[in-house]
Design a protein around this ligand. Sequence first.
Ligand code: ADP
Ligand code: MG
Length: 427
Amino acid sequence: MMTNDTLLTLDTVSKAYGREAKKFVAVRDVNLQIRAGEYVCLLGPSGCGKSTLLRVIAGLNPATSGTVLYRGKPLVGVNPHATIVFQTFALYPWLTVEENVEIALKARGVPQTGRRERTLKLIDTVGLDGFESAYPRELSGGMRQKVGFARAMAVEPELLCLDEPFSALDVLSAEALRGELMELWLSKSIPTQAILMVTHNIEEAVFMADRIVVMEKDPGRVLTEMQVTLRHPRQRKDTAFQAVVDKVYAAVAGKTQPEAEALGTAPGQPGKTQPLPAARLNALAGLLEKVAGEGGGGDLYKLSVELVLELDDLLPIVEAGELLGFATVQEGDLTLTPLGQAYADANILARKELVAGRVLRLPVISWIYETLQQDDNKRVAEEYFLDKLQPDFGGLAGQQLDIAINWGRHAELFAFDDDTDELFLEV
Ligand code: ADP
Ligand code: MG
């Protein structure tokens, strides 16, 4: 449904990188609308295509298929109504704060008279009054990001796009800057009509957004959307706030996949080779122990807080637990299977055997193991495996091999020789 205040409409938008056989679908069939007055968050694990979508919306990258409408008109080329603030804003190190902001006005064609006045007002707006003649290197990360905001606002974008704008900052600066941005936004002291912010931080999304669009990867897509109606300023410690966080957590963590689909096929075989989740198995051991210690089940959100892990780091570990059959996930709760319980109770030796049995069910691991078995010296060059992983994983083949080696070593099946760059069989 399109109304008068609809700024942006994405209709079955897909974006693929590369060509033909090497084509990689970064986001598939995304439908999204942004209306004036809304603060929308795109939330999802890294690699699900959040930045890709922002670039499509800003017109920096065209969509491969589907339609992008801005105020009802098809978007052609760079979107003059949208600006992106990146995680680390590229400031000119040789220019002062004032010059860094003024250059944005100049680029926009604002005449010299009045430019200085507007520059100073913008600097004041973001709370950098008194730092006009400072150089970027003299500023903290939080202050540099404020200059970034000031520069983005100089353009007076109707749609302000923020790509993980707080994630490169320390905790205190990030929190302060979030508060300041909310104040600017809620008091309507900036002409911006809508904000679209990318984040992988659930609490941040619940703290700021009117609506959260939850994304998932492989392929990048929208899973679900939820409205957040809590009043501002929002208090993280409120039970209502925590309830929303829990609900979003449940949507993000999703449900355990059916087994056959989760396992996939070996490299070089027909069918899809499933990627291994980017998790170290000692981290999984830590998670299983923790959950076992709490009676065999736990709320994922609470676990992430207690283990001091970001969602991006916890989810692959949880995924590894599911893949190995040690745990299941439903509605944001993790439950140990009997096998997971047995693992947590076992001694180190028994654990290795348990894990060896489990990881050998994974086509990638058993393929590496069998390849090494068949070699006369029980040693094969890393290059061989990388070549075979290439068609399925492209630039991520190296990462996949690293994970496989970590899992193989953990199970004492095989390991990597740094001196010769070979994998070898553990005996
Ligand atoms: P996010 O911002 O959610 O972490 P991205 O939009 O950066 O995700 O990336 C989505 C997927 O597209 C990733 O798998 C990434 O490797 C891939 N990708 C992003 N940019 C390019 C590019 N220019 N060429 C090829 N693949 C890309
Ligand atoms: Mg990104």
